[in-house]
Design a protein around this ligand. Structure first.
Ligand code: ZN
Length: 184
């Protein structure tokens, strides 16, 4: 009759005192004493190392080679099984963490840029009278350039790509388009 039951008994005593019609200084002292008792009992509660339950019935049991504090139920189970099987603390596997990294898709700058480009393409279309499909292709070529380049080099690069793709784009229009697309 220790532990949880003592806590319950003390709690009931507290309720009784609180429900009195009149309370006095002595009652306050009793309340403090009961509260201290409850605190001590709570601190004395021990956790079963197998199921985690907190009862006053936790006993230290040894079944070679394992020693553990067990509640009544787990103690009986351990005796019946002839061994104590402590739960292994779950380690965060570094392998799962490493596996998770590549699956996180990186948003490419291209994907991020695409939704806002409609206005840009319309503007380039107005100034160059190029077809939107061609403008998009030019933009894609520019975006695929790995490192930053100045306008001249970008124009040369794009011209070459356009040639390779056998697109018919006038040089002036191409230059203007590249400048606009780069500035965007
Ligand atoms: Zn247990």
């Amino acid at each position: 009759m220790i532990g949880l039951q003592q806590i319950a008994t003390a709690a009931q005593d507290i309720i009784q005192i609180c429900e009195q019609k009149r309370t006095n200084k002595a009652d306050k002292a009793k309340l403090l004493k009961l509260q201290a008792a409850i605190f001590t009992h709570i601190e004395a509660l021990t956790e079963c190392e197998i199921c985690g339950s907190i009862t006053d019935l936790v006993v230290t049991m040894t079944i070679e080679p394992v020693t553990a504090k067990l509640c009544k139920d787990c103690g009986i189970n351990a005796i019946e099984a002839g061994k104590i099987k402590k739960p292994v603390p779950r380690k965060r596997s570094t392998r799962t963490l490493q596996q998770n990294i590549p699956t996180t898709k990186k948003k490419s700058s291209q994907q991020q840029a695409s939704p806002d480009n409609a206005g840009l393409y319309t503007e380039v279309e107005k100034q160059t009278s190029l077809k939107k499909t061609d403008i998009k292709r030019l933009h894609k070529i520019i975006q695929e350039i790995a490192g930053p380049m100045n306008l001249e080099n970008t124009v040369l690069y794009v011209e070459r790509e356009v040639e390779l793709a056998k697109l018919k784009i006038e040089q002036d229009a191409l230059r203007t388009a590249v400048a606009l697309l780069m500035a965007a």
